[in-house]
Design a protein. Structure first.
Length: 186
């Protein structure tokens, strides 16, 4: 009696998909599709763009499924594919659109309400958001990000550190002491 798709590990499903198993690959898409789209949204993609890139990433993953060896998780593998596709799309779009010399103003934040991570990520510069998302969302190493984005390693490290510092400052709980805001760590 064949095992249910739900009972099979991602590595088994990927091996079956590499042999042409569309149902097995469909199960991998069902399991990991929302996580891939969420990563792309955190990197700065709009919902429809995230859907398109996720679809392209899964198509690429299906075509290259035989390359997945199970050294890491399938989710991390397909997230790396999606992240690289997003970076390539942004680079292609940048060639056609002249970027303004002035960075977008940071959105006004109401400190009286709880800010979530997605909102905080939107306050980072585009390159900081991408570097932080690739590092902590897709599990890519700094050298992998540098290679994917065609940036020097030190620059990537700076973007990740600066982005994380900004996120910590934005997400840190505040207390009011004697009329001034004080960040509380911990």
């Amino acid at each position: 009696m064949p095992r249910s798709l739900l009972d099979q590990h991602d590595v088994e499903l990927a091996a079956l998909a590499a042999a042409g198993g569309r149902r097995e690959f469909g199960e991998l898409v069902r399991r990991h599709g929302s996580a891939v789209r969420a990563l792309l949204r955190r990197m700065g993609a709009q919902a429809s763009e995230a859907d398109d890139i996720a679809q392209d990433a899964f198509l690429t993953a299906f075509q290259r499924c035989g390359e997945f060896r199970g050294d890491g998780t399938f989710a991390a593998w397909v997230k790396r594919i999606a992240a690289r596709l997003y970076i390539k799309r942004k680079a292609r779009d940048a060639r056609y659109v002249e970027e303004s010399a002035q960075e977008e103003a940071a959105p006004v934040i109401d400190r009286g309400r709880l800010m979530d991570l997605d909102e905080a990520l939107k306050t980072l510069s585009p390159v900081e958001r991408i570097c932080v998302s690739l590092c902590h969302g897709a599990g890519m190493s700094h050298p992998e990000i540098a290679a994917a984005m065609n940036l020097p390693l030190g620059t990537v490290k700076s973007h990740v550190k600066r982005g994380l510092d900004k996120l910590r400052a934005r997400l840190a709980p505040e207390q009011v002491e004697s009329g001034r805001a004080v960040h509380v760590s911990g």
